[in-house]
Every structure is written in C-alpha cells, then in structure tokens.
Design a protein around this ligand. Structure first.
Ligand code: CA
Length: 230
C-alpha cells in the first residue's frame, strides 16, 4: 500500500509541482489549499505524513499544527518562507518534525520525508500495544492483530479456518474443548457439513506444527475433544 502524504499549500504552482514529484516517487497525495480543510484532512487519520505551509488562508499553518497535535502525532514537515526564522522555531516548538525552506530542491524534501517517516515508524513500534494480541504456548505464538503464527523464529502458514481453530484453542489454554464447542466457535452454529471436520482440521494443524517442530501442542482428550496446554 502506498504511503499517503497530505500537502497543505495554497500556492498552486508549488502544490502542483510538489504533488507531481511525490506521485512520481510512489507516494499517494492528498491536497488542501487552506488551513481549515487541511486540518480536517490531517485529522481524518488517512495520511502518514503532512507537508504544511505556514502562510495559509483560513487557519495559518502554525494554528493547524497546534490543533492537530491535540489528537495526532503524525509526522509534520513545515514549508516555510526563506528567512522566516520565527516560524521555524514556533513550528518546531509546536511539535513539527522538521521544516524546509521554500523554494526547496525536491531531492531535499524527499530526503526529509523519508527521515520523518522512518522516525515515526520507530516511535510506533516502540510504543506499547493498545491491546494484548499475542497468544502463546511454549514457543508457539499467535498474533491475532497481525494474523501471524510463529514457532520460535519460523512463520507457520495457516489457512483462515486453521488459524481460527488454533486461536480458539489458545484462548482457552488448559481447558478441554469439546468437538461441539469447537465446531460452534470455529464453523458457526449453522454449520451443516461433516461433524468430523474438527478432527480433520486438528490433523491439519498437527501436520503443520507438531510434526514439523517435533513438539506435541494439541492434545487429544479421549471421548471429549482437544486441549492446548503448556
Ligand atoms: Ca502560502
């Protein structure tokens, strides 16, 4: 998916030229020509980075930045006029990530964009996750948000249904799950197919995990169903 850049600039020539260069570089670009619509678009959360002119009709770039920073830490690079030292200082004080002086060389802008994006990606990955999304059993780790399964360092490739079955078992670690319960949770109430489908999918999972890594993950409880335990 292309990285989306919001360009808030009222000077049409600069806006058009910058947009062309950014698109050429593979970015997706959204444009606003005044402070108010710029702020609205920035707050939409659809963009990865904002290029923000300071002298704008409606709200000034600094005011847009001040309001945006109440809700968003998206990277912002200010576009400032030459020698507007105060603007640069205020912008950085208000939480701009960087600034570039107009007229700018496009190569420099592109370099600053790359740096700002990299910095923001690092901050994001260092921040604590909002929700715990990892389910583990020994070396087996299932990430519900990323939809990935790893055994140690090795990725395990599962189908959607296999993933859901494994997730259900991991969510109920140490609890024996009957075939009926698993059928209901993984295939749904209205499942009309073969009732041994649970056994078949446990077999698939064992093929991909137990057999490959040589560890017994899914245990059969005779006459009842299955359980995953540490
Ligand atoms: Ca302007």
């Amino acid at each position: 998916m292309a990285i989306k850049i919001l360009l808030v600039e009222d000077e049409e020539k600069i806006a058009r030229f910058t947009e062309l260069e950014l698109v050429h570089e593979g970015y997706e670009v959204g444009k606003a020509a005044d402070g108010r619509s710029g702020l609205e678009m920035a707050e939409s959360g659809k963009y990865d980075l904002c290029l923000l002119d300071i002298m704008l009709p409606g709200l000034s770039g600094l005011e847009v930045l001040r309001r945006l920073r109440k809700t968003s830490q998206m990277p912002v690079i200010m576009l400032t006029a030459r020698d507007a030292v105060m603007d640069k200082v205020s912008g950085l004080d208000m939480g701009a990530d960087d600034y570039i002086t107009k007229p700018f060389a496009i190569e420099e802008l592109l370099a600053r964009i790359r740096v700002a994006l990299k910095k923001s990606a690092l901050t994001e990955s260092a921040a604590p996750r909002k929700e715990e999304t990892l389910l583990t059993c020994g070396r087996l780790c299932l990430d519900t948000a990323r939809h990935t399964v790893f055994y140690g360092e090795t990725a395990v490739d599962l189908t959607k249904r296999e993933f859901l079955l494994l997730q259900t078992l991991l969510e109920n670690k140490s609890i024996v799950m009957s075939r009926d319960t698993l059928l209901e949770r993984v295939w749904g109430y209205d499942y009309m197919g073969e009732t041994n489908v649970v056994d078949v999918y446990v077999y698939y999972l064992r093929n991909k995990i137990d057999d490959v890594f040589g560890e017994k993950i899914i245990h059969t409880v005779r006459g009842i169903g299955y359980v995953i335990k540490d």
